[in-house]
Design a protein around this ligand. Structure first.
Ligand code: PLP
Length: 394
């Protein structure tokens, strides 16, 4: 077996997993790996969680898909639950994160059109990641994602991340701004977080200029950073929030939530999706969200995240390769002095799955279910890898 008939979009590691349980995965030879990636922040409940398996089986045996031409009770229930959790009013369901962001960008443009703005423009951030569709790769602040796919779409302006004055300065010079879109923690961009005062300041600016405040919580949402949504740690509410990844625990589903005037922008015909919000996806996501909340997994993410950061700070105190240990909840970054993507394959050898982003930042996204013993093993194995890497690069 080879992958020669697959388009060459990924540099894949030479391993395939046959099954998993919680934070553990097993390869074709039966070797056990500790999973500190969770399918890129997707499997918050870990692998093969019985509540998810049961929901899939139950709903698949009833009805999987009917289309949005008809009412979908599971979609209504999930919509209500997510609105209750988030303080939003309405939801549009998609199949992926990029599509949830496409919906948010369309909301921003409609908001602008209603104000008589012909070239509605969304402020996005340096090092942002918003997806791979043409509009979301334009919104992404990474030339590697965009290169070769020009012409990019119009209607985006770029500000420095975590710099409210950069947003103010664009607003002074550009009368077409209709929205600001930002990730609370930049997952692909190197695990940078917004300062505590940034979101309240942005909220005030958006109110003052009648802009939609859009948060991309595709990676930070669903408990990952210690609260269900990351913005819930800052005492404000956005107008629009998008999420995906952890929402389906591996079943593909995304959501664009909105409140107030932003929630009333779409009308029949404005937007749609054949699969989006189908009975199977919504029933599964409902089980995922219910389990996340009932098992207090956002709280566990906050606790274990702190435990991991403290543990790494201690274990790596004498390692001069380490520049910074950062992140929120179970979204952890360990920045090294030099490019370190080779460490991912070394980690595989050591039977732990990790990821490197932005070239020199080790990214850890373990399931939200991890316990102290698993966290200790992550600290032990990853620290050993960093020390070995550090010794070999001297
Ligand atoms: C993963 C991600 C996306 C894109 O989601 P897809 O499901 O891959 O389309 C967008 N924004 C952020 C912040 C992400 O982490």
């Amino acid at each position: 077996m080879t992958g020669q008939h697959l388009m060459n979009t990924y540099g894949r590691l030479p391993v395939a997993f046959t099954h998993g349980k919680g934070a553990w995965l097993y390869d074709e030879a039966g070797k056990q790996y500790l999973d500190a990636v969770s399918g890129v922040a997707v499997c918050g409940l870990g692998h093969a969680h019985p509540a998810v398996t049961q929901a899939i089986c139950e709903q698949a045996a009833r009805v999987m898909h009917t289309s949005n031409l008809y009412r979908i009770p599971a979609q209504e229930t999930l919509g209500e639950r997510l609105c209750q959790i988030s303080g939003m009013d309405r939801v549009f369901f998609s199949n992926s994160g990029a599509e949830a962001n496409e919906a948010a960008i369309k909301l921003a443009r409609l908001h602008g059109k209603h104000k008589g703005i012909e070239l509605p423009t969304v402020i996005v951030m340096e090092n942002a990641f918003h997806g791979r569709t043409i509009a979301t790769l334009t919104a992404t602040g990474n030339r590697k994602v965009q290169a070769g796919f020009e012409p990019l779409v119009q209607g985006f302006a770029r500000a420095r991340f975590n710099d409210i004055q950069a947003v103010e300065s664009i607003l002074r010079n550009n009368k077409n701004i209709v929205a600001v879109m930002v990730e609370p923690v930049q997952g692909e961009g190197g695990l940078a977080s917004l300062d505590d005062q940034y979101l309240p300041l942005l909220r005030a600016l958006c109110d003052k200029h009648d802009l939609l405040m859009i948060l991309d919580e595709i990676q930070t949402g669903n408990g990952r950073t210690g609260t269900y949504f990351a913005y819930q740690q800052s005492g404000i509410k956005p107008d629009v929030v998008t999420t995906a990844k952890g929402l389906g625990n591996g079943f593909p589903i995304g959501a664009c939530l909105a409140q107030g005037k932003a929630a009333a922008l779409f009308q029949p015909g404005s937007h749609g999706s054949t699969y989006g919000g189908n009975p199977l996806g919504c029933f599964v996501a409902e089980a995922v969200v219910k389990t996340l909340v009932e098992e207090k997994l956002p709280e566990n993410a906050a606790k274990m995240g702190q435990y991991l950061r403290n543990g790494f700070a201690e274990a790596l105190a004498n390692c001069d390769q380490v520049v910074d240990i950062r992140g929120k909840g179970l979204m952890l970054g360990i920045e090294l002095k030099t490019e370190c993507s080779a460490i991912v394959a070394q980690a595989l050898e050591a039977q732990i799955l990790i990821n490197v982003t932005a070239g020199n930042v080790i990214r850890l996204l373990p399931p939200l279910t991890i316990n102290k013993s698993e966290a200790d093993q992550i600290i032990e194995r990853v620290s050993a890898l960093i020390f070995a890497y550090s010794a070999s690069s001297q």
